[in-house]
Every structure is written in structure tokens, then in C-alpha cells.
Design a protein. Structure first.
Length: 222
């Protein structure tokens, strides 16, 4: 049985471009130990005071990775995306070092497919995901949009007029619109879990779950 990875395990982040730097920085803010690696000395110098450790190394070389102790990590993020060749080589090296959990950035579907085939456990498409999220948000009523597998989404939004001033049973949110109001936030108050007796007002924000299509139709209600 594979040992479970500790929730606070140190993370190896390779590549300090925008995505890699944002990942390393957020991990550091969450209190995680981070080893950030990049070939660019100025980027490493810039981040050396912001994360636990930052080193200059060519991660395309498995020997260079061994020298910095990459094989001792249980989680690694390959944040290199500008060069597909470099991304594939680095990910292959991480696989060869038997790192249990490998996250890799991809810039296209074909790139992602290659990364998966060589052994990346998780493939991330930052630009595509940001574009899809923005497309949903520009409609105006949605404030945040997170899509999961199988077309399921979780959305923070303003409540459509047909459900305002009624409790969730009276407005028939589930039966009529096939979405679920998970939480409600009134001005100046934290989010609270919604119940069938929760009344949604004009000034509230709501968290809604459902399929992408159902939520889009729900958000479009006037």
C-alpha cells in the first residue's frame, strides 16, 4: 500500500515564470516548505527571500535534480510551459526519480496528453481555465465560477429576481431550475449554509451548485 503523502509535505516547484512563481508564493503563504528551481539566476535571486529555498539548476538534467535532492520530495510541480520539450524532459525526470505526486502545466491538449502518458498525475491548463472562467463571469451576475469534472460547477453570484424575497422551498430552486443554493451571504455577515427556510434578499450573495448549463440558465433569469 502506498504511503499517504503528508498534507504539509514540502513541495518542489520547477520554473519561476508567472504560474510557477504564483504557485510557490501561495504555498509559502500557506506555510508550506518550498524548493523553487529555475535556470534564470535573476528570477531565483528575486524569489530567494520569498520562499523557503530557491536554487539555480537545469531541471532538464536528472543529475542536476539529484544534486538538489529532488528525489526526496513527494510532491513536485513542473511549471515550465513555454517550451514543450523542456516541460516533457523535466516531467520525465521527475517520473524517473519516482516522485509520487507530479503536477505539470500544459499549454495545449496535445501537450497535456503527452505529460499524462509519461506519468504526470495532474495536468493543469492555467490559460485555458482562466479563459473559460472569464467567459462565464462576463455575463455580469456571476462573481466567481469553478468547474469540476463531469460538467459540475460551483458559482458565487447575485440571486436572480424570481427567487428574491422567498424561502428556497417557495421559490422552487431545485424543482424549477435544477440547481442547489449551498450558501448565502448577507451584507456584513459571513457565508452561512442555506436551508429550505432560507430567504434570499436583493442584497445577498449566493453560492450555487449544479451543471454548467443549468447554472447558466439560472443566472440568466430576469
Amino acid at each position: 500500500m502506498v504511503d499517504r503523502i503528508r498534507h504539509d509535505a514540502p513541495v518542489l516547484v520547477i520554473g519561476l515564470g508567472r504560474f510557477g512563481a504564483a504557485t510557490a508564493g501561495q504555498l509559502d503563504r500557506l506555510g508550506r516548505e518550498v524548493l523553487a528551481v529555475d535556470e534564470n539566476e535573476s528570477l531565483v535571486q528575486k524569489w530567494s527571500e520569498r520562499v523557503t529555498h530557491a536554487v539555480v539548476a537545469d531541471a532538464k538534467s536528472i543529475d542536476a535534480l539529484k544534486q538538489i535532492g529532488a528525489q526526496d520530495f513527494s510532491i513536485a510541480v513542473c511549471a515550465v510551459g513555454s517550451s514543450i520539450e523542456a516541460s516533457v524532459l523535466i516531467t520525465a525526470n521527475l517520473v524517473d526519480l519516482k516522485i509520487p505526486q507530479i503536477w505539470a502545466k500544459a499549454i495545449s491538449a496535445s501537450h497535456g496528453k503527452i505529460l499524462q502518458r509519461i506519468g504526470a498525475n495532474h495536468v493543469i491548463y492555467p490559460e485555458r481555465e482562466a479563459g473559460e472562467r472569464t467567459a462565464h463571469l462576463v455575463s455580469g451576475r456571476m462573481l466567481d465560477f469553478i468547474e469540476f469534472d463531469d460538467d459540475f460547477a460551483l458559482v458565487k453570484m447575485y440571486p436572480p429576481k424570481p427567487i428574491r424575497g422567498k424561502n428556497l422551498t417557495e421559490s422552487g430552486v431545485r424543482s424549477k431550475y435544477r440547481v442547489t443554493v449551498v450558501g448565502v451571504k448577507s451584507p456584513g455577515k459571513p457565508f452561512t449554509y442555506a436551508t429550505e427556510n432560507t430567504v434570499v434578499s436583493n442584497h445577498d450573495l449566493i453560492i450555487v451548485s449544479g451543471t454548467e448549463g443549468d447554472i447558466e440558465r439560472f443566472a440568466a433569469l430576469e
